[in-house]
Design a binder for this molecule. Structure first.
Ligand SMILES: *Cc1c(COP(=O)(O)O)cnc(C)c1O
Length: 462
């Protein structure tokens, strides 16, 4: 992918980031001091052009690779990574559809003007109200996750006199995340229906797999139209081979269903999870490479099976919005702490923390940070960036070199926080959640305003 403006420091920063000769960082032409003065800190800053470029890169790479093997692709932006009305519009303007996983996400996509047929609805425990709204809005696909839900969607569609378009989410045994994938037959997790047949303990023959049972159930119900089969193998995946193995398993299941029922489903979704760089020196998964590898793999499998290729879809979230965002904080206190081995770790406290980015506390996720409001000639020190919450695990960046003169009032930025930052934010300690500010061509605008204490008090009935 292209490398951004002259002066671009490289990944994990968004491509509109540059550091000027005075050491001050700007994003898409807006300096961090102006951003802080206008919007306050902490703030999520979203580089609109970077978001759009990544959306286009994924769409172009997958369309090119899959069309080359006689298939085609729809790209669904996974809204759970970050969904606001503007973000949904950007995705749509770049030719993406939108995946939602709750009634709230569905409402935002609809408010943005995304047409129902271009929206998908996920979730392992959708309510009647969520499914009903999806049916009333003519959502393009409801991804069912259990046998109970097959029955539930059929009932709600029947009540409305409509036919619900559904995909069945299956688990292929392929788990991925980080550099490697692992493959197991029986998965011990809540999502999807296993393609592995149960192993009876009484020695009787194995029955149908849960996935096949659900597919047969959908095919048999007139209130449901079986669009296809869905598989999502994990997150932050940096090795494309997991996608190939899972896609092969799904195509085999599709062929088996066709052999048994005569129904050859039109669509296969291979999910999201495309990994990004969080630290300098890390290399993101290249969409062109993964698209080519997966297209070649499915082409070979379809030839083996003697079935024509379906239409494919993918659901990137993090890879579109993660690198487009950074969080801007102000440093409040700096405290050197001497460790047992004699080293000194400098604790740098910022005005946010685990309420605006839970990922380090939740998954030990790694991030990078820099002082962005000025230049410094000071020797770097070993630092840990922490938040302001009453929790020693309230860490923003576990370990990073910061200038030795880092001090109260410094602006500090953490890159690659566009995905799963605001969307997983909380009000812990009754902090108010930061705004989402978009920057483009030298101008900033608020997409989601900062919460106020009045917002918090308004929910409290006293
Ligand atoms: C979370 C999720 C995604 C998006 O994952 P990313 O890692 O953000 O790309 C896509 N599809 C499904 C079903 C998901 O649960």
């Amino acid at each position: 992918m292209s490398t951004g403006l002259p002066g671009y420091p490289g990944e994990p920063w968004s491509r509109g980031v540059r550091r000027g000769e005075d050491g001050v960082v700007e994003v898409a032409g807006v300096g961090v001091h102006d951003l802080a003065a206008e919007h306050g800190t902490p703030a999520y800053v979203l580089d609109e052009a970077d978001f759009r470029a990544r959306a286009r890169a994924y769409r172009t790479a997958f369309e090119t690779a899959f069309r080359a093997v006689g298939s085609d692709v729809d790209v669904y932006y996974a809204g759970k990574a970050l969904l606001t009305v503007a973000v949904a519009r950007w995705a749509r303007e770049e030719g993406l559809r939108v995946d939602t996983a709750s009634g709230g996400e569905l409402a935002v996509a609809l408010r943005a003007g995304v047409p129902g047929p271009e929206i998908g609805l996920h979730g392992n425990n959708k309510s009647d109200a969520e499914i009903g709204r999806a049916l009333d809005e003519g959502v393009g696909r409801i991804i069912v996750d259990s046998l109970v839900e097959v029955e539930r969607v059929a009932r709600l569609a029947g009540e409305r006199g409509v036919v619900a378009p559904v995909m069945v989410r299956v688990t292929t045994g392929v788990h991925a995340g980080g550099h490697e994938y692992i493959s197991t037959a029986h998965e011990d997790q809540k999502f999807g229906l296993s393609i592995a047949a149960p192993r009876p303990t009484d020695g009787s023959a194995a029955g149908d797999s849960p996935a096949m049972t659900a597919l047969l159930d959908v095919v048999a119900r007139p209130e449901l139209h079986l669009l296809g089969i869905h598989s999502h193998i994990g997150s932050q995946i940096l090795d494309p081979s997991g996608f190939e193995v899972a896609a092969r398993a799904v195509l085999e299941l599709r062929a088996e269903l066709a052999a048994r029922t005569g129904v050859l489903v039109d669509e296969v979704d291979i999910g999201g999870g495309y990994g990004i760089a969080y630290l300098p020196g890390e290399v993101a998964l290249d969409p062109e490479r993964v698209a080519k590898d997966v297209a070649a793999a499915v082409d070979a499998v379809a030839a083996d099976l003697g079935t024509p290729l379906p239409r494919f879809s993918i659901e990137p979230g993090r890879a579109i919005v993660g690198p487009a965002g950074l969080t801007l904080y102000t440093v409040g206190t700096v405290k050197p702490v001497t460790l047992d081995d004699g080293r000194v770790r400098t604790y740098v406290s910022v005005d946010g923390g685990m309420s605006d980015n839970i990922r380090p506390a939740l998954y030990a996720a790694q991030y990078h940070a820099e002082v962005v409001g000025r230049a410094s000639e000071a020797e770097p020190v070993l630092a840990r960036v922490v938040g302001k919450h009453c929790e020693s695990g309230d860490i923003v960046v576990h370990e990073v070199q910061l200038p030795g003169d880092v001090r109260a009032g410094d602006l500090l930025a953490v890159p690659a926080t566009g995905a799963y930052g605001r969307s997983m934010a909380s009000n812990y300690n009754l902090l108010t959640r930061p705004p989402v500010v978009a920057v483009r061509d030298g101008e900033s605008r608020v997409l989601v305003r900062r919460e106020t204490v009045e917002d918090l008090l308004a929910l409290d009935e006293g």
